[in-house]
Design a protein around this ligand. Structure first.
Ligand SMILES: N[C@@H](CCC(=O)N[C@@H](CS)C(=O)NCC(=O)O)C(=O)O
Length: 223
């Protein structure tokens, strides 16, 4: 495996890559400036001026972004039988759906609602699929499955933890409405590899938290 370096912002999506490498027991370098998101971002910009995002990783000479794509690449090349259900199973289809749902639908809608509601608190639910609907979809799956890849922990759980934590910690949705997600989070963060990730990648706890929303959209059926 070529040398892998993870350029990281504390408490942000780059934790996914650190967690993955800890689960797989594979080697990596971790680059960030402890306690300074701006300092860490300067390091990211130095290697990735075109698209300065966390995670940015270098794999050999290649510079890459998009956590989900990087995870799929690393598993496919260096750990083909780990952290996903068998490819010919129904669970694999669900696993792949959640791998992409995490950023494609969930994070995208959470962040869109957060930015809008920060300026103007919502008084009614959207007619379109909104944050609450995207989180409810995950809650419904966890009512029937232990993990986002079915029976066993998988990389889909690594992808889903960041947006589902964002959803409740920023008060984009009401935490009390999603008990299955709350239980799943407890199991995920109890994993030894997650704890090792925290020690290395978030040594001082969460820094630079965005402000919580004063209120989320009222619950209930959409018009
Ligand atoms: N879809 C990307 C999102 C990456 C992303 O937006 N990362 C945030 C940190 S969690 C970031 O770098 N934000 C900096 C900015 O938006 O300027 C992924 O999953 O890697």
């Amino acid at each position: 495996m070529p040398e892998l370096t993870i350029y990281h912002l504390e408490g942000r999506r780059s934790e996914r890559l650190v967690w993955l490498m800890e689960e797989l027991n594979l080697p990596y370098n971790l680059v960030f400036e402890r306690g300074s998101l701006a300092g860490s971002m300067a390091k990211i910009k130095a290697v990735n001026p075109d698209m300065p995002m966390a995670p940015t990783v270098t794999l050999g000479a290649q510079v890459l972004v998009e956590s989900g794509a990087i995870i799929e690449l690393l598993l496919g090349r260096y750990a083909p039988n780990e952290l996903h259900p068998p490819i010919d199973s129904d669970e694999y289809a669900s696993y792949l759906m959640w791998m992409h749902y995490a950023e494609g639908s969930l994070a995208a809608r959470l962040i869109a609602d957060y930015r809008t509601w920060l300026k103007e608190p919502p008084t009614e639910r959207s007619r379109l699929v909104d944050s609450e609907a995207t989180v409810q979809f995950a809650e419904n799956y966890l009512a029937k499955n232990a993990w986002f890849g079915g029976e066993d922990f998988s990389a889909a759980d690594i992808m889903m933890l960041f947006p589902l934590t964002l959803a409740t910690s920023l008060n984009i949705v009401d935490e009390a409405q999603f008990p299955k997600i709350a239980l799943w989070k407890e199991k995920a963060v109890a994993r030894p590899a997650y704890k090792r990730m925290l020690e290395k990648a978030r040594p001082d706890g969460m820094i630079g938290m965005l402000p919580k929303l004063p209120s989320h959209a009222p619950a209930g059926p959409r018009r």
